[in-house]
Design a protein around this ligand. Structure first.
Ligand SMILES: Cc1cc2nc3c(=O)[nH]c(=O)nc-3n(C[C@H](O)[C@H](O)[C@H](O)COP(=O)(O)OP(=O)(O)OC[C@H]3O[C@@H](n4cnc5c(N)ncnc54)[C@H](O)[C@@H]3O)c2cc1C
Length: 421
């Protein structure tokens, strides 16, 4: 089976590369062994932790970190990659908003986290005035969002000093079926139920009841956990807003995170609509080489079949997605046995305390300036690396997680197309 390109990995990096390739008319196969980090992520795209405009901070950051993946992509391409992501998501009815500075998204525990792009349904703090009152509500029995905890944390934020933060609980008899087994009472279960039955009228009357019982008649801003639809939630929230006269936004729940899953599905749909082939539950095990080129990869379910292509993108993620493996003797990239950046002394891999800096976060696959993967010190001519499998970036410390994934995926595709600047 021969393709122009094979992309290994169905997360943000793989999808970003695959979309650019397929849009350029290339016959592209994307293979993913399982879920990606998007299933656990907020669905917001972090570019760089910075109080102001992260784009203004990036040139100095890149100058200070010449081996960082951003430095191999460049400012212009980083911006173009994010604009493309916005365009693809908008095409699928999932608009991503951004401002001239980082905005802050509300986390499930009520803290505020700086980020660059967020789905327009997310509860975010921008430069706009904070309302006088805010109601954080959950669904009775749901364990993955606790309004009281979120409200207590949010109340400590100076911008919310004047805001009355209320909490509430939506009671839906339809949810009783989940109370038999708390393991079934997850965001995806509730969303499935909401998608099956039209619960907008019930939800609206519960929201109106909570507002009335709060005793704050002008309470018109509601935040709900993201569990009202597996698919595009915008129209459902708009309907609820119309019924209640309230502004209704979502907060990502503890994993699984529907906001991230919706983005994954939207990008996958877009890729397939453009003619791409998506093979899921397909683990790539190894490759065949001719000189410095990869000619094909073989997979767990493919028996002896070789999936051949002119170019390959390795976007298999970090330890979390098994794109990197930690073994007793060191760190390993399991498909190509690519060169990895690591530390020999195992004790130096992690900081002592949980919130210390952990050097292992920066471990990963080495690439040259064109993102070509190194093996035995030399670049493989047609294998490009992208996303969190790469060395020299720490998504948590830098607040750069999905930004790097999108930018490097897009740039890897650009090199394949000969379009990288
Ligand atoms: C739990 C969690 C939450 C995060 N939340 C955020 C957030 O809110 N915002 C943000 O900006 N960043 C976040 N990040 C950072 C994250 O690293 C990036 O956002 C980005 O999503 C990484 O994308 P990726 O495509 O490189 O890797 P992943 O999303 O990990 O995807 C890797 C893909 O490769 C596949 N794969 C692995 N091995 C194989 C194989 N052998 N064969 C075939 N397929 C394979 C996996 O199944 C998966 O589809 C989070 C990270 C984690 C771990």
């Amino acid at each position: 089976m021969k393709f122009d390109n094979i992309v290994i990995g169905g997360g943000m990096a793989g999808l970003s590369a695959a979309l650019r390739l397929v849009e350029a008319g290339q016959k592209t196969l994307l293979m993913a062994s399982g879920q990606s980090a998007l299933h656990f992520s907020s669905g917001s795209v972090d570019l760089l932790e910075s109080e102001g405009d992260p784009r203004a901070a990036l040139p100095a950051f890149m100058a200070a970190h010449p081996d960082h993946p951003y430095s191999k992509v460049g400012m212009q391409n980083i911006e173009a990659s994010l604009a493309d992501l916005q365009r693809h998501c908008a095409e699928q009815g999932l608009p991503l908003v951004r401002h001239e500075t980082n905005h802050q998204r509300l986390t499930p525990i009520g803290t505020l986290k700086r980020t660059w792009l967020s789905p327009d349904t997310c509860a975010c703090v921008t430069d706009a005035p904070i309302p006088q009152s805010l109601l954080l509500a959950t669904l009775e029995g749901f364990r993955d969002f606790h309004p009281a905890l979120a409200a207590a944390n949010l109340a400590t934020h100076p911008r919310f000093a004047h805001c009355r933060i209320l909490t509430g609980e939506i009671r839906l008899p339809q949810l009783a079926e989940f109370s038999r087994n708390p393991h079934e009472f997850r965001s995806a279960d509730i969303a499935r139920l909401c998608d099956k039955h039209h619960l907008v009228a019930d939800l609206a009357s519960e929201i109106s009841r909570m507002v009335q019982e709060s005793g704050v008649p002008d309470c018109r801003h509601i935040v709900l956990p993201a569990c009202l639809s597996l698919g595009l939630v915008g129209p459902r929230l708009a309907e609820l807003e119309q019924c209640t006269g309230c502004t209704i936004k979502e907060v990502a729940t503890m994993p699984p995170s529907l906001i991230g899953m919706r983005m994954q599905e939207a990008l996958k749909r877009r890729f397939m609509a453009l003619g791409g082939t998506f093979l899921t539950s397909e683990r790539v095990l190894g490759a065949r080489y001719e000189g410095d080129r990869v000619v094909g990869v073989h997979t767990q379910n493919g028996d002896d079949q070789l999936f051949e292509a002119d170019n390959f993108v390795l976007a298999s993620g970090s330890f979390f997605s098994r794109g990197l493996e930690s073994r007793l003797r060191g760190i390993r990239e399991p498909i190509f046995d690519a060169d990895v950046l690591s530390l020999e002394e195992r004790d130096a891999w992690a900081g002592r305390r949980l919130f210390d800096h952990h050097p292992f976060m920066g471990f990963g696959v080495k690439t040259d300036d064109q993102l070509r993967v190194l093996r035995d010190g030399k670049p493989l001519a047609n294998l490009y690396g992208a996303g969190s499998v790469l060395a020299n970036y720490d998504p948590i410390k830098e607040g750069s997680g999905s930004g790097v994934a999108v930018a490097t995926g897009w740039q890897a595709a650009g090199h394949i197309l000969g379009a990288a600047q």
